[in-house]
Design a protein around this ligand. Structure first.
Ligand SMILES: *Cc1c(COP(=O)(O)O)cnc(C)c1O
Length: 383
């Protein structure tokens, strides 16, 4: 499938599948763990020997994702964290990596523990400040990997991917971009110079909060990628065929869902910004956002469905707002069709530096007026 087709077409057509046996236009879920060999002991299909190597059901979802990201190859994993771990498992001890100091908590916490245990040096940079990335790379004997997450969850910092790619490559490092929050519909990091894109496909790509999946997509076939391919094969953090099939189905409506969720989020951001009960709204689509100009350059078609805001009041007042929400569900995660809210401060461990009055909204595809009414009644103090 060529990238000359628009992303909405690529996603909806899901690789133009027609089943050779039945003519069915939806691929069957192939649950076989092993594949037969012919009388000369050769695999009947060279790509399929054992299900940890490969499975026809997830190969199709991988092709769709690789095309959407304009990459050469994609690999699905059992979760977003499994995909991230596969990247780090390929680093040698003594390696140096550069990570943002504000990012998705699970990645921050796991990489810190893993790198300490394996003698990998970590330097941190502020994701909204490119000079701090320069500083983190300066005067180092080596840097193996730079990590970017943009927009960064949940503070919504924006990092300039093109600039990060130039700095990383000048230092001889591979640039990996976590594109979970943006999706390939809004940002394509490989086109901006990144080497590898990572997704928690449990979020917008699947879109229905019913699959755990992760993905890596590469721009080209470099030695680092070959190590990742072996890592998935040998350590075996593969996606289940059923989840791959659900993911392929979810991705068919990606363009519609992202478009609607972006519209809803922009409307909610404007509503919250004018509300007396709100101190500040963090959303890259707002012209008041410090990263707005960069976001406008590297995102197209919207600014995503994730937004944070700070309630005017203390922790108790913020938790009271949270408790009064009736339609919006209190739960972690993002990118689903239903709107979710989370008080990250009470979810992260005590060392968290997140504000106590911050609420994160993962906006879905409901009627935006219903969502705004729910937020309005929760923000207005009763009595
Ligand atoms: C959820 C998430 C992850 C982790 O992915 P899982 O599928 O939950 O393992 C990584 N990065 C970001 C930005 C996420 O939102």
């Amino acid at each position: 499938m060529t990238r000359t087709l628009a992303p909405a077409t690529i996603a909806a057509k899901a690789d133009h599948y027609v089943d050779e046996i039945s003519g069915g236009i939806i691929p069957p879920v192939n649950t076989s763990t092993t594949f037969a060999r012919d009388t000369a002991n050769q695999p009947m299909n060279a790509a399929h020997v054992y299900a940890r190597d490969n499975n026809p059901t997830f190969v199709q979802a991988e092709r769709v994702l690789a095309t959407l990201e304009n990459g050469e190859q994609a690999l699905l994993f059992a979760s977003g964290m499994a995909a991230i771990a596969a990247v780090f498992y390929t680093l040698d001890s003594g390696a140096h990596v550069v990570l943002p100091d504000s990012m998705y908590w699970g990645v921050f916490s796991w990489t810190r523990q893993y790198c300490a245990r394996t003698s990998i040096t970590v330097s941190y940079y502020s994701p909204q400040d490119v000079d701090s990335l320069r500083d983190a790379l300066r005067g180092r004997e080596r840097t193996d990997l730079v990590w970017v997450e943009t927009p960064a969850n949940p503070m919504m910092h924006i990092t300039d991917i093109r600039l990060a790619a130039e700095l990383s490559h000048a230092a001889g490092a591979v640039l990996v971009v976590d594109n979970t929050v943006s999706t390939p519909l809004l940002t394509r990091p490989l086109e901006l110079g990144a080497d590898i894109v990572m997704h928690s496909a449990s979020k917008s790509l699947n879109g229905h909060s019913d699959v755990m999946a992760g993905a890596l997509v590469t721009r080209g076939d470099h030695p680092h990628w070959q190590r990742i391919v072996s890592e998935r094969h040998d350590a075996g953090a593969i996606i289940s065929p059923f989840d791959a099939s659900q993911l392929l189905r979810g991705m068919r409506t990606l363009a519609l869902r992202v478009e609607r969720a972006c519209e809803n989020t922009a409307r909610i951001a404007e509503f919250l910004q004018q509300h007396d009960g709100v101190e500040v709204v963090m959303y890259p689509g707002l012209t008041s956002h410090p990263g707005h100009d960069i976001a406008r350059r590297q995102m197209s078609g919207g600014y995503g469905s994730l937004l944070s805001f700070q309630v005017r009041g203390d922790k108790a007042a913020t938790l009271a707002v949270l408790g009064r929400l009736q339609l919006i569900i209190r739960a972690t995660s993002l990118g689903g069709v239903e709107t979710l809210v989370e008080h990250r401060h009470s979810i992260e461990p005590a060392e968290t530096r997140l504000p106590e009055n911050l609420l994160r909204l993962a906006v879905g595809i409901e009627d935006v007026n219903d969502l705004i009414r729910d937020l309005d009644q929760a923000l207005v103090q009763p009595g």
